[in-house]
Design a protein around this ligand. Structure first.
Ligand SMILES: Cc1ncc(COP(=O)(O)O)c(C=O)c1O
Length: 324
């Protein structure tokens, strides 16, 4: 969906008109992919607009920047405030939130230290990423011929723009081959993640998901789904998954800020379970949507209400990325 091209974008603390929010072609990030970013969402709820796990997203942004030695003069509360200010300035009800920290314009060469660390926050309206129908019917995916990054090459735990060169290859291959999405293996041939989602498999009522060591991004939706699954009394295990475990699973689903909780109905043309959304996926999907839609009490403190007098900013209770 094309951008409407209106509204304002936060750039280094200033709100700039959409059309003027540009950077120079000689900026380091354009040539060397030197950026880290976030993708979060603000939802419309009966109590007003609310950001889902804004603290966890902004903490992950800080962690990604730390890994890439990019220092930006905002603390966790400052980042959250900047996002809320931008949503308020644009009077958005529901939106996708894209903060990005990048190496800007000064000189070109591999060494990123020569260039300033700049930041922006962009907002836009974005519906169901894999299609509304997929949320109920499930989608068809393939195992990508591309592997996810090997350990100690590009850090998978950092949400860096450079990692999305790999995601782009996975996604393009899937589209060209007639699938909605591609699932990548790690370099050892075990299941890693989708181009922009974490993956879960259900077998005999036990839920499995690959651990951080399988070259995955420590997804905030993944962390939320693990918490909700435990709340619902499911047994859940973070374990290394061989590729074939997906084919013989009762249910498979992917999760992410964009994809939310989306069932997978076939992998490499092998039908998963009954070939439609299974009961465990449906229960977790309902639990997730109930929270983000504000239909149940926010027992985990995951929602930050944007337009309430003083949105309470949480100080990094995020456990994403440090789960055993
Ligand atoms: C590669 C990758 N894995 C997993 C995820 C899911 O992460 P989250 O739930 O924090 O959006 C994303 C989403 O950005 C992603 O790009």
């Amino acid at each position: 969906m094309a951008f409407p091209g209106t509204g304002t974008i936060w750039m280094n603390g200033k709100l700039v008109d959409w059309k003027d929010a540009t950077i120079h072609i000689a900026s380091h990030v354009i040539h060397y992919g030197t950026a880290v970013f976030e993708g979060a969402r603000c939802y419309e709820t009966p109590r007003g607009s609310a950001c889902f796990r804004l603290d966890a997203h902004m903490l992950r942004l800080q962690h990604s920047a730390k890994i890439y030695r990019m220092e930006y003069p905002l603390d966790l509360a400052g980042w959250q405030q900047a996002v809320l200010d931008t949503i308020r300035a644009n009077q958005m009800k529901a939106c996708y939130i894209r903060p990005i920290v990048y190496r800007g314009y000064e000189a070109l060469g591999v060494n990123p230290f020569t260039c300033p660390v700049d930041a922006s926050i962009i907002l836009w309206e974005w519906g169901a990423y894999l299609g509304k129908e997929a949320l109920e019917e499930g989608c068809d995916v393939k195992i990508a011929s591309w592997s996810r990054m090997a350990p100690n090459t590009l850090p998978a735990m950092a949400k860096s723009s450079a990692n999305y060169a790999n995601s782009g290859l996975i996604k393009m291959e899937a589209i060209i081959d007639g699938y909605t999405e591609g699932i990548a293996l790690d370099v050892y041939g075990n299941v890693s993640e989708g181009s922009g989602q974490n993956i879960f498999a259900v077998r005999d009522r036990v839920i499995y998901t690959p651990p951080l060591g399988s070259s995955i991004l420590g997804g905030i939706t993944r962390d939320s789904v693990i918490t909700l699954a435990r709340d619902l009394g499911f047994s859940i295990q973070e374990s290394v998954l061989p590729r074939e475990a997906l084919y013989i699973a009762d249910e498979v689903f992917v999760v992410g800020t964009a994809a939310e909780v989306t069932p997978i109905r076939s992998i490499d043309k092998i039908v998963v379970g009954s070939g439609r959304r299974g009961p465990v996926t449906e229960a977790l999907q309902r639990a997730f949507f109930d929270v983000i839609n504000g239909d149940v009490p926010d027992t985990h403190g995951w929602l930050t209400y944007v337009y309430e007098e003083e949105a309470t900013l949480r100080a990094g209770r995020n456990t994403v990325g440090v789960r055993a």
